[in-house]
Write a protein that binds this ligand. Structure first.
Ligand code: ADP
Ligand code: MG
Length: 666
């Protein structure tokens, strides 16, 4: 590996800049991949149309005119011709070219026809003789121009080099993937579009194979943990279900059956229950908990927030008190004496169901006989509960619940050793939420609709992306929204403000007021995202909707439409043109699975779920949704590689296992 300064064209200054971003050797330079490629190709006259980017060879017919618009902004316009089509070309800040553009000069213009075929807005103009068709990599390195990098890399490529091939040759051949030496040439000097395709395929495969090896190794570590086969009282459970005020949906029935099968097995249950907000996961977990209690074991329930923990506490008590089940709450907000009492109950088998936040498992709670652990909104926990429990020598059956649905194919590949139950169908009688995108400019007419609902006895949420105003952000805060609403609505309505910076008792007071129906408008940050369940709230207005992820918007929207009332969600944006493409899916569907799939395909799981929680690495190029086929191949190959158990397989697997801790997949 030789040093950068040996390369012609790289002086001390450029060398320093490259060093600063971690490029020290010629090898580093070879592995500095382009950010994107620009393809230069002439378009045929026949392909001319509006609004499409085109590169056209044209002839200048009239000398350019230059207009000065304001400081640092000038526009040059000229007439050109191609196949007897005459039109005007406009380009900004290129007046220095005017001299060279005499009539009859042959040039290539790149840009698009806007509005009509007489006006072409160009982003680039070059002389025909200087136009070279081909694919040009763009590296986007700060302060170093691409030409310098390209030349330096070309120079390195033309010398002999030995690159270590990390992938087994067998799989390169099987999957038609270029080897490392071909890759390096194709990546920096692609000749054809298919070269770029191959490059991408190899990088994605390499990333996903590493990911797959990790998943497969974990699966081996975790599968087949022995646990107790639980003997629950099926008659009591049946009696409980028959007395519910509603009939379970088919999906709820199926999920319940799947869980019961797991409970009976003498292996540790490890199941994920997925269902949209409001799909009725909670009652399924109540039924499962009751069964476990009748088998003589204890149940622990972990919720992501205090609010949710309390809510589960109320729900479980409501359903199960009549069945002689003792449900207790254990959270750090309780007095020490109360916590002591509850701890005593837990360790002396005087509590059957213990509900708390995630500290429940980490703290020194001494369970008498923990048989079932229920984790709500599992994606919000960063910790490895399973591992932690195993360290304590406890292997309860585990049920994870998530309202951020992951498409089946993705879920299966992420949670290899986790079984999954889906609740797709919503309880009947539920109406879809009507969702609309509204420009901020039209707030007044929107408020008329909102107050109409309130006048009919309903309540409304206004959700904002931040608490206070800042000088640097265009986003609307809770404070500003409060000012706007108080100003526009005068004192006609009871308005409250909720956000995470308030003290807990204040938060509870505000929530209580909203639950009781006293508050008509609750202005809040996303703290209401999970758990708050006010059936009478039928309107949600989300300010700066573009500042939120799609899955998150859908979660937020799940706070309304919680019974038979028609509910409305308004997504407020500054510029509808700008926002429509992304947000339209929320207008079109209420199906959380479709929304999350769409979200995942445009953003990738890391961004959707947050990197640490999701256990999904930040891939350089791979996208678990769009690259599902390659993922499937990688999973197959990983299984084979681990099975082979030869030197190469061991090296690959060890590398993958070493990184398990940092990926939190357990
Ligand atoms: P999730 O936990 O999936 O967000 P919940 O369990 O809180 O959903 O259910 C939302 C509401 O629907 C609750 O008020 C619950 O009582 C009600 N519900 C649940 N299952 C049914 C059903 N099968 N029929 C009618 N209502 C139901
Ligand atoms: Mg829930």
């Amino acid at each position: 590996m030789s040093e950068l300064k040996n390369i012609k064209g790289i002086g001390p200054k450029t060398e320093k800049k490259l060093n600063d971003i971690g490029i020290r050797t010629t090898n580093d330079l070879l592995f500095c991949f382009p950010e994107r490629y620009e393809t230069y190709d002439l378009d045929a006259f026949e392909s001319i149309c509006l609004d499409k980017e085109l590169s056209l060879p044209v002839i200048v017919t009239k000398k350019p005119k230059v207009f000065f618009i304001r400081k640092n902004l000038d526009k040059m316009s000229m007439e050109v011709e191609i196949n007897h089509l005459y039109f005007q070309v406009h380009i900004f800040n290129r007046r220095f070219l005017a001299q060279a553009l005499e009539p009859d000069t042959e040039i290539v213009i790149t840009g698009r026809f806007v509005n009509n075929l007489s006006n072409f807005t160009a982003s680039n103009i070059v002389l025909r003789k200087n136009f070279h068709p081909g694919i040009v990599p763009e590296y986007g390195i700060k302060d170093i121009n691409d030409a310098t990098i390209r030349k330096a890399i070309h120079e390195v490529l033309s010398t002999k080099r030995e690159l270590h091939e990390p992938l087994p040759e067998k799989y390169l051949n099987k999957r038609h993937i270029p080897n490392i030496n071909d890759l390096i040439v194709k990546i920096h000097e692609p000749k054809l579009e298919s070269d770029i395709f191959e490059v991408r395929r190899r990088i994605v495969y390499e990333e996903l194979l590493d990911f797959a090896l990790r998943i497969e190794s974990l699966k081996r570590l975790n599968s087949n943990i022995v646990s107790v086969s639980r003997r629950y009282d099926i008659n009591l459970v049946r009696d409980f279900i028959s007395k519910l005020p509603f009939e379970l949906t088919d999906d709820q029935k199926q999920a319940t059956n799947e869980i019961f099968k797991d409970l009976k097995k003498d292996r540790q249950m490890n199941r994920l229950l997925q269902g949209d907000v409001g799909s009725g996961k909670t009652i399924v977990s109540v039924i499962a908990s009751l069964a476990v209690v009748t088998s003589g074991a204890q149940v622990a329930i972990m919720a992501p927030t205090l609010v949710l923990a309390k809510q589960h506490f109320d729900t479980f008590k409501k359903y199960l008190d009549g069945y002689g089940v003792k449900t207790v709450l254990l959270v750090s907000e309780m007095s020490n004496a109360d916590q002591e009492t509850v701890r005593y109950q837990i360790s002396h088998n005087k509590a059957d169901i213990i509900i708390g936040t995630h500290s429940l498992i980490q703290s020194s709670v001494d369970f008498h006989n923990l048989g079932f652990l229920l984790i709500d909104e599992q994606h919000r926990f960063g910790v490895n509960q399973r591992k932690e429990l195993r360290k304590k020598g406890v292997t309860p059956d585990i049920l994870l619940m998530s309202a951020t649905p992951i498409p089946r194919t993705l879920a299966i590949s992420i949670y290899k050793d986790i079984d999954i139950s889906f609740i797709r169908e919503k309880p009947s009688g539920r109406k879809d939420i009507i969702t609309e995108i509204v420009e901020f400019e039209n707030l007044d007419s929107l408020l008329k609709k909102v107050t109409l609902e309130i006048d009919n006895g309903h309540q409304a949420y206004f959700i904002c992306p931040m608490i206070s105003e800042s000088d640097t952000s265009q986003k609307i805060s809770v404070e500003e929204t409060e000012r706007i609403l108080r100003n526009k609505l005068k004192d006609k309505y009871v308005i409250d403000v909720l956000h995470g910076k308030l003290a807990d008792d204040e938060k509870n007071l505000i929530l209580d007021r909203f639950y009781s129906g006293l508050t008509q408008i609750l202005i809040s940050t996303t703290v209401v995202e999970v758990g708050v369940d006010v059936k009478n709230a039928t309107v949600m207005v989300i300010m700066n909707a573009n500042a939120f992820g799609l899955a998150q918007l859908h979660q937020l929207r799940g706070r309304i439409g919680r019974d038979e009332h028609q509910s409305y969600c308004y997504l407020i944006v500054d510029d509808i043109l700008d926002a429509k493409e992304r947000l339209d899916i929320l207008v079109k569907t209420n199906d959380g699975f479709l929304i999350s799939e769409y979200d995942l395909s445009i953003r990738g799981p890391g961004e959707v779920f947050g990197n640490v929680q999701s256990g999904i690495p930040n891939f350089r190029m791979a996208n678990l949704i769009n690259d599902q086929e390659i993922l499937q191949e990688a999973l197959e190959d990983a299984t084979e590689i681990i099975k082979a158990n030869d030197t190469l397989s061991k090296a690959l697997t060890n590398k993958a296992i070493k990184s398990i801790d940092s990926y939190n997949l357990d």
